[in-house]
Ligand binder design. Structure first.
Ligand SMILES: C[S@@+](CC[C@H](N)C(=O)[O-])C[C@H]1O[C@@H](n2cnc3c(N)ncnc32)[C@H](O)[C@@H]1O
Length: 257
């Protein structure tokens, strides 16, 4: 049955030309460049409701998806984008009840997706050396209602505290090869490792480091995504695209080579 919007719920407001906004249903006016709407009017109505603005613009309220949360979170660092996050979740086999360790919380985009995927019985252990990024990530997770699934830790200097206990490790730091022995120690035998780096030089360095440790099943990949103009009569790609974000490297821990 369709859920009703309650006061304080997050709603995604969609306008006819495609603009969308992540907002709370509360007693205030929301202005766009051409109209405004009273957000309180959505309270008590079902998700999917349309409310007309003062100038007649239709505002549609839908449930925010995880993708909406990721695209709307507050950023102070480079983030990992949904196109990479999708394959990371699959390659690391992140699911309900799992314990996942990541290093490089940053703004918490990947952390949010991991926390969503591990469910209420799982845990995400995330290392971040900068207080301000930890706080920002915490705020983003709180907004998405996922903060309780995440254990925050500080800088990984000597490595990680975890040993033979986590189901997956993901590194999003500048020099992931330095944390590779610690990642190996933290992982349970046979479990997946992943990393994202923006340059091919870093990929080479990480591959060399992986080759020196008991990791197998090495894989390097890049995800390209192209959006289309949503016009059924003149269907064609958008003129601009994000040409590069990063390279993904995956491997599995074994006990000997
Ligand atoms: C690119 S950002 C991570 C972005 C994040 N994955 C996201 O999706 O929002 C890299 C982060 O790694 C942190 N970092 C780098 N080396 C670290 C270390 N040894 N221990 C903890 N954090 C580290 C940096 O402070 C920075 O915030």
């Amino acid at each position: 049955m369709t859920e009703t919007i309650r006061e304080g719920d997050l709603i995604l407001l969609i306008l006819p030309e495609g603009a969308h906004y992540l907002l709370r249903a509360e007693d205030r006016l929301f202005h766009t460049h051409r109209d405004y709407v009273a957000l309180g009017e959505f309270i008590g109505k079902p998700f999917g409701t349309r409310v007309l603005g003062a100038n007649g613009t239709p505002f549609y309220a839908v449930q925010p998806t995880l993708h909406d949360h990721l695209m709307k979170l507050r950023r102070a660092t480079q983030i990992i984008y949904p196109k990479e996050i999708g394959i990371i979740l699959l390659k690391l086999d992140v699911g309900p009840g799992k314990t996942v360790l990541e290093c490089g919380t940053g703004s918490g985009a990947l952390t949010t997706a991991l926390a969503h995927a591990v469910g209420s019985d799982g845990r995400v252990i995330t290392y971040e050396r900068e207080d301000r990024f930890r706080e920002l990530a915490r705020e983003n997770l709180r907004r998405a209602g996922l903060e309780e699934r995440v254990i925050f830790k500080g800088e990984a200097v000597e490595g990680f505290e975890e040993e033979d206990s986590v189901d997956a490790v993901f590194l999003d730091v500048r020099e992931p090869w330095e944390l590779l022995p610690a990642a190996w120690r933290a992982l349970k035998g046979g479990s997946p490792f992943g990393a994202l780096v923006p340059t091919v030089n870093q990929v080479s360095r990480l591959l060399s480091a992986l080759a020196e440790l008991p990791f197998v099943g090495l894989e390097v990949q890049e995800i390209l995504q192209r959006f289309y103009k949503v016009n059924p009569e003149r269907l064609r790609p958008e003129d601009r695209m994000v040409a590069h974000t990063g390279y993904l490297i995956f491997a599995r821990k074994v006990f000997e080579k």
